[in-house]
Design a protein around this ligand. Structure first.
Ligand SMILES: CC(C)(COP(=O)(O)OP(=O)(O)OC[C@H]1O[C@@H](n2cnc3c(N)ncnc32)[C@H](O)[C@@H]1OP(=O)(O)O)[C@@H](O)C(=O)NCCC(=O)NCCS
Length: 160
């Protein structure tokens, strides 16, 4: 099995990223979210992880407030269901961190579902939060987001 990381190419990769998202219905079941992610993989910078040449994961990145020394947000990230826990997510974060360093961006942030939201599924956002903690992200605070139907979002960030 050969794993590679390379920059996201809208033309070649967007449909494969849509398929990765579709493999994770618990995490990405919301149709508005699916639409927003489809736009992101066709317009934002990012990276894809390939396994034997096939896209099996991706990350999209958005720079905020560059004029006042802002930060990069991970807007979307997913690893195909049958390739999780094989290190692809770690490699995608490493690539994002490296890109921030090259661009002189000091902080990387991400929003994910907050711990105050109870979840019945066994495989849930607790694992996502554990992943980001493992990657060095620090939970900053929860907040209700109108975009998320007021669901509680957790902001995490790490220095790069
Ligand atoms: C979160 C996600 C991107 C992580 O990618 P991944 O390739 O599975 O992660 P890695 O294999 O690099 O994991 C690195 C480490 O993070 C931790 N980790 C990852 N997933 C975890 C989970 N579900 N539960 C607990 N710890 C986890 C572990 O310490 C893991 O190391 P280990 O496997 O040696 O124990 C991926 O599982 C995913 O797509 N999840 C569903 C969608 C999602 O939550 N996207 C992010 C939305 S903000």
């Amino acid at each position: 099995m050969t794993i590679s990381i390379r920059p996201l190419n809208f033309t070649d990769d967007a449909a494969a990223c849509d398929s990765v998202l579709a493999s994770l219905p618990y995490f990405f079941g919301d149709s508005d979210g699916q639409r927003d992610c489809a736009v992101a993989v066709r317009s934002q910078a990012g990276f894809v992880a390939t396994v034997d040449g096939t896209v099996a994961g991706f990350i999209t990145l958005l720079l905020h407030l560059p004029d006042i020394g802002g930060s990069t947000e991970i807007t979307w990230m997913a690893v195909r269901a049958d390739h999780r826990r094989h290190g692809l997510g770690t490699m995608l974060i490493d690539a994002a961190v490296q890109r921030c360093r090259e661009d002189g961006v000091p902080m990387l942030s991400v929003l994910t579902l907050g711990p105050s939201v109870s979840e019945e599924a066994a495989d849930n956002y607790e694992g996502t939060r554990a992943f980001y903690r493992r990657m060095g992200f620090v939970p900053l605070r929860e907040l209700g987001l109108r975009d998320w139907n007021d669901a509680s979002a957790l902001i995490l960030a790490r220095a790069v």
